[in-house]
Ligand binder design. Structure first.
Ligand SMILES: [Zn+2]
Length: 189
């Protein structure tokens, strides 16, 4: 399933708009918890649930969901698995929030790794918008021009190494920066 034409461009500017609403420029770490608050979305930590409720969200092998989007009347609740690493929680939160912002139709969305089962295009759109929120294209490009490694990007934007690598390469930022560098080098010859 492919992302529809034009979506990536829209996601780029939508992410910047959402960041602006929170008083965040493109070059600083994203704050998914602030966005949830802005949208009136309650975030419930898995550890806050009582045992019976928690067991419901834990799998038999003891692993748990990364997160979940639960309809609650006209709003939604995001279940945040606070046993996981912060960078992973930030990614899951951003993915779930992207579904809300994009007004994806959902019943119950349970995030397992990077899929919450909403189906092809919606998952890809949520992933892409989450990526733009966490590492906006402008930030990726600026970091690529500066020759930043995945480790530096991860640190600077407070994301996992995997997300940093995905954004720097998948967004095309490194390719664009490298092309510009070689153009510049050839004019100097
Ligand atoms: Zn999803």
């Amino acid at each position: 399933m492919n992302i529809r034409r034009g979506f990536k461009t829209e996601a780029k500017s939508l992410a910047l708009e959402l960041r602006t609403e929170l008083g965040l420029g493109p070059y600083v770490p994203f704050d998914p918890y602030a966005l949830a608050a802005e949208y009136g979305i309650s975030v419930v930590a898995l550890s806050e649930l009582d045992c019976a409720e928690r067991a419901h969200f834990l799998k038999r092998d003891g692993s748990a969901l990364s997160g979940a989007l639960i309809p609650d009347g006209t709003s939604v609740i995001i279940l945040d698995n606070d046993a996981q690493m912060v960078v992973r929680r930030r990614t899951t939160m951003s993915h779930e929030l992207a579904h809300v912002v994009l007004e994806h139709a959902f019943g119950l969305s349970l995030a397992d790794e990077r899929k919450c089962g909403l189906g092809g295009a919606q998952e890809e759109e949520a992933d892409w918008l989450a990526g733009e929120l966490l590492v906006p294209y402008g930030a990726a490009l600026r970091l690529a021009r500066a020759g930043a490694t995945d480790e530096i990007v991860a640190q600077r934007m407070d994301v996992s190494l995997a997300v940093a690598r995905w954004r720097m390469n998948g967004s095309g930022a490194r390719k664009v920066a490298a092309r510009a560098r070689s153009r510049w080098a050839s004019t100097r010859r």
